[in-house]
Design a binder for this molecule. Structure first.
Ligand code: GLA
Length: 392
């Protein structure tokens, strides 16, 4: 009996020490690129290496994008020892080679699997192989694991994801753990202790309706996010062609106001100037990556017109005016009032005095010239205006 207690204590100490390695990860919402939104199952070594190159040459790496993530369909079977087998036709040099290449660019390497018996695309998944797969991923040099929820039958989500997390701990390589359970079992209530980010909804698609609907479902989740544990409203569609430039600016701004993970999902090797201006807008990215790690909240909701607020470090804050309606709107905005505003419900915005701040337009990259504290702002349909109260 004593021996058993000793063994159990050693296991707990071991997992505790391992856990510390993971605690320092994802202090800010992870940023990177993921293959799924644009390429689906059409992934290959050439594609991923090209994206890693583009991450550097496009300036995305300098702007903070870090993880290059291969989503579903890199795996084909398991061998006689239960080891996961990589699609050799598509990844002829294997995953370690790819990880080394990505690391040589100063970037990090992410991969995908699933808690069920098969992935969502029907490939072999992790169920029953969690510790073995974690060791394999560690050996390859994986830095980020997205873990899906297809083909899970009667599995219980928290314990399934905890098993994989313990596998990662035991493999001793710090790996960001991205829980992709689509919000089905309120992961915001339990996933903070299990992974670093969790999907809050089903899959995004490249349309205004899908994007704005997913955004609307994030409203009550702000209190669950913070450094090391983030709500994930899914990857970005910016640049994929299904929305207008104005809508993509809105999509990107809203994700940054939410302190969401920023996983580009487009062809970053061939970006239009407009797409680049969006994904590389450092003033907007800075809201997402703010060190306080607060998710923005909705301060006023008039249906088609909403005012969102994000508390920032250094007693600053950001304001996002959203016109989600199909009509142009002219709104009278009182910046002194917005500066003072706080969200009583969440108690998270410090009231500020406008005279101590400059109001900066983060898409125009200009400070506002305010003759009075109020002014009319013109909002195109499906558009945003994003301002930062910057300390003078
Ligand atoms: C699910 C996930 C997507 C993607 C696909 C891959 O639908 O939610 O993000 O990973 O599986 O099959």
């Amino acid at each position: 009996m004593k021996r058993l207690t000793l063994i159990i204590s050693i296991i707990f100490i071991f997992l505790g020490v391992a856990a510390q390695k993971f605690d320092n990860l994802a202090k800010k919402p992870p940023m990177g690129w993921n293959s799924w939104n644009k390429y689906g199952c059409n992934v290959s070594e050439t594609l991923i290496m090209g994206m890693a190159d583009a991450m550097v040459s496009s300036g995305m790496k300098d702007a903070g994008y870090e993880y290059v993530v291969i989503d579903d369909c890199w795996q084909v079977s398991r061998d006689e020892n239960g080891e996961i087998v990589v699609d050799k036709d598509r990844f002829p040099h294997g995953m370690k080679y790819l990880a080394d290449y990505i690391h040589s660019k100063g970037l990090k390497f992410g991969i995908y699997s699933c808690a069920g018996t098969l992935t969502c695309a029907g490939r072999p998944a992790g169920r029953g192989h969690e510790f073995q797969d974690a060791l394999t991923y560690a050996r390859w040099g994986v830095d980020y694991l997205k873990y899906d929820w297809c083909n899970t039958g009667t599995q219980e989500p928290k314990s399934s994801y905890t098993t994989m997390r313990d596998g990662l701990y035991a493999a001793h390589r710090p790996i960001v753990f991205s829980i992709c359970e689509w919000g089905s079992n309120k992961p915001w209530e339990w996933a903070g202790a299990v992974g670093h980010l969790w999907r809050t909804t089903g899959d995004i698609s490249d349309s205004w309706n899908s994007m704005i609907n997913i955004f609307s479902l994030q409203k009550d989740l702000a209190r669950y996010a913070g450094p090391g544990h983030w709500n994930d409203p899914d990857m970005l569609e910016v640049g994929n062609g299904g929305m207008t430039t104005e809508e993509y600016k809105t999509h990107f701004s809203l994700w940054c106001i939410l302190a969401s993970p920023l996983m580009a999902g487009n062809d970053i090797q061939n970006m239009s100037p407009e797409t680049k201006l969006i994904l590389l807008n450092r003033e907007i990215i800075a809201l997402d990556q703010d060190s306080l790690g607060r998710q923005g909240v909705c301060w006023r909701d008039n249906g088609g017109y909403q005012i969102w607020m994000k508390t920032l470090a250094n007693n600053e804050k950001a304001i996002c005016l959203l016109n989600s309606s199909d009509e142009r709107k002219s709104v009278l905005v009182d910046f002194a009032l917005l500066a003072q505003a706080k969200s009583v419900r969440w108690g998270i915005s410090t009231p500020l005095k406008l005279e101590n701040y400059t109001v900066r337009d983060l898409w125009e990259h200009k400070d506002l010239v305010l003759k009075e504290s109020s002014m009319y702002i013109d909002l195109l349909p499906h558009s945003v205006k994003v301002y930062r109260f910057l300390k003078k």
